[in-house]
Design a protein around this ligand. Structure first.
Ligand SMILES: [Zn+2]
Length: 77
């Protein structure tokens, strides 16, 4: 067995480790995305858009999707 064969084996092991690490990172990010969807959802009082509470803006005890809608206030029927 020559040194070149050892280098190829080492490279294959490295590629395998890299792929394993990459797939593990992908499954972890997928899990965190599932966590994000399980967070409380709020409804924009202006356009009735549903969005996760951490992304929403609270203004005068009401939830809004954006700063512009917070300033516009609740939509009157
Ligand atoms: Zn809105």
């Amino acid at each position: 067995m020559g040194i070149s064969r050892l280098i190829i084996l080492a490279l294959l092991a490295l590629a395998g480790w890299w792929l394993w690490k990459k797939t593990r990172a992908l499954t972890q990010s997928g899990a965190s995305r599932a966590d994000a969807t399980s967070t409380a959802m709020v409804c924009c009082q202006h356009c009735q858009l549903h969005l996760p509470q951490p992304d929403a803006i609270q203004y005068q005890n009401q939830w809004y999707c954006s700063q512009a809608h917070a300033q516009a206030g609740p939509k009157r029927p």
